[in-house]
Ligand binder design. Structure first.
Ligand code: MG
Ligand code: ZN
Length: 227
């Protein structure tokens, strides 16, 4: 007879239960929650800064920053003018729902429209941990190679949106934005796809529109569920 080893199952089950509770809390406050996943150096924080600059006038944003040790990113984001909380995972390679729960003690969700979670820089396991988010967003930068979607298919499959960053560097790279697009859509034909430069701001309009659209869709579906 095979024996049941409950340890890992127990942890992920506890995470799922907590993530469901977080989702309820986010829904109550009618906030859209994005979980941003990428390798270190893909430009997550710079994309978040530019997103804040682009949406600041219309929407109230808040940011939860996951990082193994420092608070550099939370300082950058809060300098951009929005409430931010830093979670240090103590070297841990992904965020878990209980960390989000603790960080929410520092944020007043009734003052938010969109919460952006910057996960720990890692394209592997963050995908497996439900944080109660509405949308998973994978950022892949062109210098990392246009074969990234093929190498990390699970993350790209789980993504609602993929943001290809650093397209301004294309002239200096062997990688191509077109190839990155094709590889992304091969792995995940349903992903919303954006090609941007967080430095120049190129390509940001459709990405910002997508966030507004997803927020409106979420609120409409909450409204229709409650009538
Ligand atoms: Mg960062
Ligand atoms: Zn991990």
């Amino acid at each position: 007879m095979t024996k049941n080893i409950p340890v890992l199952k127990g942890i992920t089950h506890a995470n799922e239960m907590l993530a469901d509770a977080l989702r309820k809390q986010f829904n109550q406050h009618r906030v859209l929650v994005l979980d941003i996943i990428a390798s270190p150096g893909a430009g997550k924080t710079t994309i978040i800064e530019k997103t804040i600059a682009g949406l600041h006038d219309e929407l109230r944003l808040m940011v939860i920053e996951g990082d193994p040790t420092t608070s550099i990113d939370a300082e950058r984001v809060s300098a951009a003018g929005v409430p931010a909380v830093q979670i240090n995972t103590g070297g841990g390679c992904h965020l878990e729902a209980h960390m989000i729960q603790i960080s929410l003690q520092q944020l007043d969700l009734s003052e938010a429209d969109v919460v952006i979670i910057e996960n720990v820089g890692n394209l592997m396991c963050p995908t497996d941990w439900d944080l109660g988010e509405d949308m998973k967003v994978v950022v892949a930068s062109l210098p990392e190679g246009d074969d990234k979607p093929l190498k990390y298919p699970l993350s790209f499959q789980a993504a609602d949106a993929v943001v290809v960053n650093k397209i301004d560097l294309e002239p200096y790279l062997p990688a191509s934005t077109q190839k990155m697009r094709e590889n992304t859509l091969t792995i995940n034909p349903n992903a919303a796809l954006f090609a941007v430069s967080a430095i120049t701001g190129e390509g940001f309009e459709p990405w910002l529109e997508w966030i507004k659209e997803k927020l409106a869709e979420k609120r409409a579906s909450l409204d229709s569920a409650s009538t």
